[in-house]
Design a protein around this ligand. Structure first.
Ligand code: UT7
Length: 324
């Protein structure tokens, strides 16, 4: 028997305010046509004034628990992936813990920018396999609208706010690639690429939150190359290949990156969950949002083989292969 971390429930939360591309036409020199053609984005959600990352994370967590039919006091741990926490400390995860009324266990944040959910899921898997927790809420939640420079057309049109969550639970499998649960993980970082994507403020430098800065073109090239490589590596570790994949659930940054990665993996776009048109890039929230929407659409079904892959600031990138 092999211990596996199996997804029992999934849920998401999107703020009420929908911002169409046309809203940016008054602010910067851009157009709905350019944004759609270069990114695939049509709209995104922005948090209301006073609405925070932990507010959205808690809503997504409760939705995932309801989907799993699991009570809050059955959860052992919360791992929340974010680069836009409510405060410098305590962690947004502990704020979610208090908000959902969880009185036991432990909670902490993971910061790997857009790759955050993949890193959080890999860490949750490790906690389960090492016997330190049996049920874990893994959340991705972001309010990127708060760190955007609304005078920079190269970045402000790309990002959105939201949250997604899964509940994973320890279960016994046969040890083969037909088991349900997480089958393989593959994580990477290379800090020498810091200047390609960063925020120009922070506690020990400026003492401010700062604004997002990105060399989009360079990040694009790294994304296309590194995402297909990490997805192949994770599939290889699981003893599987691209032909076994039912769904790629990619980080939703740019439709052209999503399509190029699928093409390199020789997986047709019919087997890719795409939400970028409605959410924009929600950083660590994008994969759990896509998992939740993909399930609600009837795309993702029990037993399906999924590959999630993401890249973000760091650079940090990675993938998780799991059977739903
Ligand atoms: O999630 C974390 C990882 N992030 C990503 O994966 C993002 C990766 N990068 C991208 O998605 C793309 O590089 C962008 C969407 C950011 C940009 O698309 P691109 O095709 O790489 O465009 P570019 O940066 O090469 O810029 C082409 C032109 C430039 O004008 P010039 O210099 O050719 O005159 C830009 O100034 O497009 C211009 N441009 C815009 N034009 C209208 C850049 N942003 C805009 C805009 N509206 N919003």
């Amino acid at each position: 028997m092999t211990l596996r971390a199996v997804v029992r429930g999934v849920g998401h939360y999107l703020p009420a305010r929908v911002v169409p591309n046309t809203e940016f036409e008054d602010r910067v020199d851009t157009s709905d046509e350019w944004i759609r053609a270069r990114t695939g984005i049509e709209r995104r959600h922005f948090a209301a004034e006073g609405e925070t990352t932990s507010d959205m994370g808690a809503a997504a967590a409760l939705a995932a628990l309801a989907d799993a039919g699991m009570a809050v006091d059955e959860v052992d741990a919360i791992i929340l992936a974010t680069s836009t926490p409510d405060l410098t400390f305590p962690s947004a995860a502990t704020m979610v813990q208090a908000r959902i009324g969880m009185k036991r266990g432990f909670a902490f944040d993971v910061q790997a920018v857009c790759a955050g959910f993949v890193f959080a899921l890999a860490n949750a898997n490790a906690l389960i396999l090492s016997g330190q927790a049996r049920r874990i809420l893994v959340i991705g939640a972001e309010t990127f609208s708060r760190i955007l420079d609304f005078t920079d057309r190269g970045t402000c049109v790309l990002f959105g706010d939201g949250a997604g969550a899964v509940v994973i639970e320890a279960a016994e499998g046969g040890g083969g690639s037909d088991d349900r649960g997480i089958l393989a993980t593959d994580l990477h970082s290379d800090g020498s690429f810091r200047d390609l994507l960063y925020v120009d403020g922070g506690v020990s430098t400026t003492g401010t939150a700062g604004h997002l800065r990105m060399q989009g073109n360079a990040v694009f090239r790294h994304a296309v190359e590194k995402l297909a490589a990490t997805a192949h590596a994770a599939l290889d570790k699981a003893g599987l290949g691209p032909a076994d994949v039912d769904w790629i659930v990619p980080h939703q940054a740019n439709l052209r990156i999503i399509a190029a990665t699928a093409s390199r993996m020789q997986v047709p776009m019919e087997r890719v969950v795409v939400t970028v048109q409605d959410h924009g890039n929600t950083s660590a929230a994008s994969i759990p949002l896509a998992l939740s929407v993909g399930k609600a659409r009837g795309q993702i079904k029990t037993g399906d083989l999924l590959v999630t892959e993401a890249i973000g600031g760091g650079l940090s990138w990675g993938s998780v292969v799991l059977r739903w």
